[in-house]
Ligand binder design. Structure first.
Ligand code: AMP
Ligand code: ZN
Length: 121
């Protein structure tokens, strides 16, 4: 438990949530926070996170089901607000080293505004 508290204290996205690190926050409601990625990979690149610290998708449990559902629906809402609903968009979770997860706080990348290749490299 103490290790988890320490991890959350040092966590970049927990610090953004707490206003300790600046970010362009575009949505905050019902335990869900969204802000623009600092290194845009597409014209629209938003990170959507649970406000509570969950290290990765693998760490999410059954009690988080509703929260995860809300995050997905928030992604669709933001896509509409960002005017990429018709052109299309992608929602991505990187989990673990092979996927290149760099920040150990669960986050969903919402990407759109350009044609996205498949499969990802
Ligand atoms: P991932 O590789 O899936 O863990 O994605 C982490 C994402 O966090 C990357 O796309 C980074 O560009 C982004 N990122 C890192 N630091 C910040 C920050 N201070 N504000 C916004 N996005 C960030
Ligand atoms: Zn965190």
């Amino acid at each position: 438990m103490k290790a988890e508290i320490d991890a959350a204290r040092q966590c970049l996205f927990c610090r953004i949530r707490d206003g300790e690190i600046p970010a362009e926050i575009i949505y905050r409601e019902d335990g869900v926070l969204a802000f623009r990625d600092i290194d845009l990979q597409a014209p629209v690149h938003v990170l959507i996170i649970p406000e509570k610290h969950i290290a990765s998708l693998a760490e999410a449990g059954e009690p988080d089901d509703e929260l995860l559902g809300r995050i997905c629906r928030t992604a669709a809402l933001i896509a509409r607000r960002e005017s990429i609903e018709q052109s299309g968009y992608r929602l991505v979770v990187n989990n673990g080293p092979d996927a290149g997860q760099a920040v150990d706080h669960l986050h969903f990348h919402l990407l759109g505004g350009r044609s996205l290749g498949w499969p990802p490299g």
